[in-house]
Write a protein that binds this ligand. Structure first.
Ligand code: CMP
Length: 140
């Protein structure tokens, strides 16, 4: 069993896609074991994406992520990190395979509907960024 962090981003929340996206996680065998809807502060958005601080898109990324509410989830299941990345599709929706969340629902590389941890180590850090242990309801 593995856990990964997922964020349903402001574009997808604004377009009423929460249910459509969550059903894809569950159909892939991933359980939602923690969830919080929130509107990030600038400090939270900068802190979460600190690894991208030097990238040219950092400022736009932070502004976008605080442009509206998001849904932060922990997904649990076999190979949760890899499975979630497969379901999401490529970062740039123009390159995402048909049937993936980003292909079907995302508009641009910034407004790309979802975020997912890229490795088990980052998943652990990202989970700890948002959740306390007693907010996680494991199915195991
Ligand atoms: P996400 O998985 O949330 O991680 C960082 C985000 O930066 C990424 O999704 C994209 O939405 C955004 N981004 C914007 N431009 C780029 C880029 N050139 N490469 C990677 N990510 C980008």
């Amino acid at each position: 069993m593995q856990r990964t962090l997922s964020i349903i981003k402001p574009d997808a929340v604004a377009r009423n896609l929460l249910g459509a996206i969550c059903v894809r996680f569950e159909q892939a065998g991933l359980a939602i074991v923690a969830a919080r809807m929130m509107h990030l502060t600038r400090e939270q958005a900068e802190g979460f994406y600190a690894i991208h601080r030097e990238r040219p898109f950092f400022k736009d990324l932070v502004e976008f992520m605080r442009s509206g509410p998001i849904l932060v989830l922990i997904l649990e299941g076999d190979e949760a990190v890899r499975k979630n990345r497969e379901i999401m599709g490529a970062t740039n929706p123009a390159e995402a395979l048909a049937g993936t969340i980003r292909h079907d629902y995302a508009e641009t590389i910034d407004a790309n509907a979802v975020h997912g941890s890229d490795a088990p180590e980052t998943a652990q850090q990202e989970i700890e960024f948002f959740f306390e242990q007693d907010e996680i309801f494991s199915r195991n």
